[in-house]
Design a protein around this ligand. Structure first.
Ligand code: IFM
Length: 434
């Protein structure tokens, strides 16, 4: 029998944490001057969110900050990753910051510190101020400059109180999924717009890093990508798989870590490629103190789109832990990669309390366990991986799926806002404190 994982299996400096994002948990959507975000707008558009819900209340975290911080402490983790809602800081994306917004996140960070928990802050987890979207959103180059200004404001206030600041969460989602595939806000279907958005996101990232470096902060500065290794089903599928890898992974990794776009993908995109101005690529490859990796599944490429019958989560995503090890080893081999944090990993399952009120989620425990073992294998293969954040602390608003998908270690009863540790939370607690 395989012995259970313990902390001692991981490198001494390894951090165990949990993650959330602002729009998915906060609620308090119309309070203290918070501006509208693109997700408020998107939720109002019929048919965008499968259960017709929105982020107005979400997990009501905005009003339950102290008890949620107590809950994180009870979980026994060393670190908490959260994001700042740009519209709470600058309601229309530019101009003077709102004190109430800054004060909320300062309370959050100070509350973590008082409880002995490291704060890992993400600046942009998709809730763009609607006023900037009205001017084209990320397709407008100016948004990158506004983002850098917002980063400077937040970092000036909090940059010496947090362990790390990540500029972006998952720029693939904020560009391709949002402006080309149309599943996320603002829901466009335009490839050229999506590539322009991706370019400006990476540009904004680099400009924000420069602004924050100038402040000489204690925080480590980096960014977060969602990556998925690509596998060809047969040798005949290899060219397609390479292109899929290029679109999903290299389109973001290469500018950040090599200062160039992948030429094969650039050629394939044809006239849709973005307008790259002199100096952009230099800005985009600003030195990173860490790279955050979000991993959920792999990409499997077959000519006819058919896929084997494999184990999937409630999102329909294949459970494939080996992909995480392969991905991490590949990052080490192909790039001059900085230290890595697994900033998200987890699984949705249709959990619910039994007659005793307990929530048994053995599949999530198996998912977390197998992926942590994959991280360990990568560390043993020489990858410098510094920490792991389970997605997510608690059930929350899962974007286009509303509240119908539960990723939490902690169960949320949305009718009462009661939080209950699932078995996976107890399992993770035992590991983090072992
Ligand atoms: O809930 C999301 C999160 O906001 C970003 N990464 C993937 C998660 C699961 O879909």
């Amino acid at each position: 029998m395989t012995p259970p994982l313990t902390r001692a299996d991981f490198p001494a400096n390894f951090t165990f944490g949990v993650a959330t994002s602002s729009f998915q948990i906060e609620g308090g959507a119309h309070e203290d001057g918070r501006g509208e975000s693109i997700w408020d707008t998107f939720c109002r558009e019929p048919g965008r969110i499968s259960d017709g819900t929105n982020g107005d209340v979400a997990c009501d975290h905005y009003h339950r900050l102290e008890s949620d911080l107590d809950m994180i402490q009870r979980l026994g983790v060393q670190a908490y990753r959260f994001s700042v809602a740009w519209p709470r800081i600058q309601p229309s994306g530019t101009g003077e910051p709102l004190e109430a917004g800054l004060a909320f996140y300062e309370r959050l960070v100070d509350g973590l510190t008082a409880r002995g928990i490291e704060a890992h802050l993400t600046l942009y987890h998709w809730d763009l101020p609607q006023a900037l979207q009205d001017q084209g959103g990320w397709t407008n180059r100016q948004t990158a400059h506004h983002f850098a200004e917002y980063a400077r404001i937040v970092a000036t206030r909090l940059g010496n109180k947090v362990r790390s600041i990540a500029t972006l969460n998952e720029p693939w989602c904020a560009s391709i999924l949002s402006y080309q595939i149309g599943e996320h806000a603002p829901g466009w279907h335009d490839t050229a717009a999506a590539l322009s958005a991706a370019h400006h996101l990476l540009l904004g990232h680099g400009l924000a890093l420069r602004e924050m470096r100038a402040l000489k902060l204690d925080a480590e500065l980096g960014t977060v990508l969602n990556l998925g290794p690509t596998y060809a089903a047969t040798p005949a599928d290899e060219a397609q798989a390479r292109l899929a890898d290029g679109r999903f992974n290299r389109w973001f990794l290469d500018p950040l870590l090599k200062g160039e776009y992948p030429q094969d993908v650039w050629a394939d995109y044809g006239v849709a490629v973005p307008d790259v101005q002199g100096g952009d690529l230099e800005i985009m490859r600003e030195k990173l103190d860490f790279l955050g990796v979000n991993y959920y599944t792999r990409q499997y490429v077959t000519a006819d789109g058919s896929q084997p019958e494999w184990e999937v989560t409630d999102m329909g995503w294949e459970v494939f832990p080996q992909g995480l090890r392969d991905l991490l080893v590949r990052l080490k081999n192909d790039y001059d990669v900085p230290p890595i944090f697994i900033t998200e990993n987890g699984a949705a399952y249709p959990d619910g309390p039994d007659t005793q009120g307990d929530i048994h989620d053995p599949q999530r425990i198996a998912y977390l366990d197998s992926h942590l073992r994959a991280v360990l294998e990568a560390a043993q293969a020489g990858v410098d991986v510094r920490g792991y954040f389970a997605w997510s602390l608690m059930d929350n608003f899962e974007w286009a799926y509303g509240y119908s998908k539960r990723f939490g270690l902690v169960y949320v009863d949305y009718s009462t806002q009661e939080r209950t540790f699932k078995d996976s939370a107890k399992w993770y607690q035992a590991l983090a404190t072992s």
